[in-house]
Design a protein around this ligand. Structure first.
Ligand SMILES: [Zn+2]
Ligand SMILES: [Zn+2]
Ligand SMILES: [Zn+2]
Length: 499
């Protein structure tokens, strides 16, 4: 009973009922519907609805459609049901043989190849308009679209002429020429569009293309511009000495977009593992909804209690002062490097054992009833634990301190703390480096009038979540994602925070 109610009694009973009454503020925060559903009411309501449906002979009501996340889980649960959770190995090889026959291309949304073989011929309608009128129509189109229109049929070519094709050869119209050539991609499976020359080259080893380190010469096609350093092919820097040429983004996404393996190579063929400068890296790729996603895991052994100079030696290369791990073009702005240094500061220091200090510490531990473990797990703080998302490109970072086996000396293998920086990125749909916003953003080449806003583009779906759920049936614990550059200060190399 409430104190304010009209018929309240004064005394001890009403005092206690007033004290134990729930606060008004708690009632405001609680939703009556979703979090505290009244099951009995809902069940009786549904029961009466069902019975009314059956009375009216309208049949069984439709099941509610699955939520997208649940549908995704169901799909991958079925895919991974025979895979060992710990080792990633197939438990039943018959499933593997059957899976080889089923190529699920249902996710290749975005590009739908139109089958126009049954369309009635429209040449008569096209021919009914005069050449001047068609030229007037083409005047309103960009050059690439006008050239594509002229190529559409023999009648249109007669009406529009070949002037648009010769105009595309002008070096000033390089961008238009690429826009025109990209449309022919589906008809040239054994060729690949080269962007520095704006022409199709024949692939040297179709299906056998191999991603090599940056210092290995292994061309996909023979290109006259290959050795012209003033006109380099588009590529993305992964780590020191490792780049991903745009040709490989083309090859992997084309194979899925056009639904035939002959167009390219599978994304799994790009995965690599290598060591350099004391760091171990491994990469893995996934084509999701026609866009190539990459994960780079880099780990380097770190000692406890490192001074700032030693942290810099561990994190930065002395050659170009880039971090050893994989980073997007915007790593200097924001808190990525501060968070790495913060994580290094959490590695537990070994105990001082000089003189009687060790004995004293052991006695203290015995009294407190605790065990000292120099290899204990490291807990990170609020600054370095959350996942970070770059606000200017589709990249996400996770910093961890892991206990990793050091195998450098085969006679004394032991576990050491290592800093592990994982980066997930979306490298775009591989159509063209000029039109793919994700590719431009990852390379820091977004146009200033159309900046990429990753939080608006990605929303609540994280790249890391999409990537990891494609390889495991486990539910991945949610990780808080915060901005890499919460203050939005963009100083680049001129800033002071990055070193
Ligand atoms: Zn070329
Ligand atoms: Zn921290
Ligand atoms: Zn970025």
């Amino acid at each position: 009973m409430s104190v304010d109610s009209p018929g309240h009694q004064s005394g001890v009973k009403s005092f206690f009922s007033g004290v134990l009454r729930p606060k008004k503020s708690r009632q405001v925060l609680r939703k009556s519907g979703a979090s505290n559903p009244n099951l009995r009411q809902t069940a009786s309501r549904q029961g009466s609805k069902l019975s009314s449906d059956f009375d009216g002979n309208e049949g069984v009501p439709d099941l509610p459609p699955l939520a997208p996340l649940e549908a995704h889980r169901l799909k991958y649960r079925a895919l991974h049901s025979q895979v060992d959770k710990q080792l990633g190995e197939r438990q039943d090889y018959t499933t593997m043989f059957h899976a080889l026959g089923i190529q699920d291309n249902s996710e290749s949304a975005g590009f739908v190849a139109e089958d126009d073989s049954f369309r009635p011929p429209g040449d008569h309608d096209v021919a009914s308009l005069s050449a001047e009128l068609w030229a007037g129509i083409a005047m309103y189109l960009p050059l690439s679209d006008a050239a594509a229109l002229a190529l559409a049929s023999k009648t249109l070519l007669q009406r529009l002429g070949t002037g648009y094709f010769s105009a595309l050869e002008d070096p000033d119209h390089h961008r238009d020429k690429i826009g025109f050539l990209v449309r022919l991609d589906s008809q040239l499976p054994l060729h690949l569009l080269c962007f520095p020359c704006a022409r199709y080259h024949r692939r040297i080893k179709p299906g056998q293309e191999c991603l090599q380190p940056a210092n290995v010469v292994d061309p996909i096609f023979s290109c006259p511009e290959a050795h012209n350093s003033l006109n380099p092919p588009p590529r993305h820097r992964l780590t020191h000495g490792r780049v991903l040429p745009f040709s490989f983004v083309q090859l992997t996404t084309r194979a899925q977009r056009f639904g035939a393996p002959v167009y390219g190579i599978p994304a799994e063929a790009l995965s690599r593992r290598w060591k350099r400068d004391g760091w171990t890296h491994n990469t893995r790729y996934l084509v999701h909804q026609n866009r190539l996603l990459v994960r780079v895991v880099s780990s380097g052994f770190a000692d406890p209690g490192m001074p700032l100079s030693a942290q810099r030696m561990l994190l930065y290369s002395r050659e170009d002062y880039w971090p050893f791990f994989s980073a997007c073009a915007h790593w200097r702005d924001g808190e990525l490097m501060d968070a790495c240094k913060c994580a290094l500061g959490h590695i537990p220091r070994p105990r001082a054992t000089a003189g009687l200090q060790g004995a004293e510490a052991r006695v203290r531990d015995a009294f407190a009833g605790r065990a000292y473990n120099p290899n204990s797990f490291t807990t990170l703080c609020n600054k370095c634990r959350p996942m970070r998302r770059c606000p200017e490109c589709p990249s996400e970072y996770l910093i961890e301190i892991r206990l990793t086996e050091d195998k450098s000396d085969p006679r004394s293998r032991h576990f050491r703390h290592a800093i592990v920086v994982t980066r997930w990125s979306d490298l775009g749909d591989g159509s063209s480096p000029l039109t793919s916003p994700e590719w431009a953003a990852c390379n820091g080449e977004s146009s200033p009038d159309q900046p990429y806003d990753s939080f608006a583009q990605l929303g609540r779906r994280s790249i890391s979540g999409i990537f990891e759920s494609a390889f495991t049936q486990e539910t991945i614990p949610g990780q808080r994602i915060i901005s890499l550059n919460p203050k939005g200060v963009k100083l680049g190399e001129n800033g002071h925070g990055w070193y």
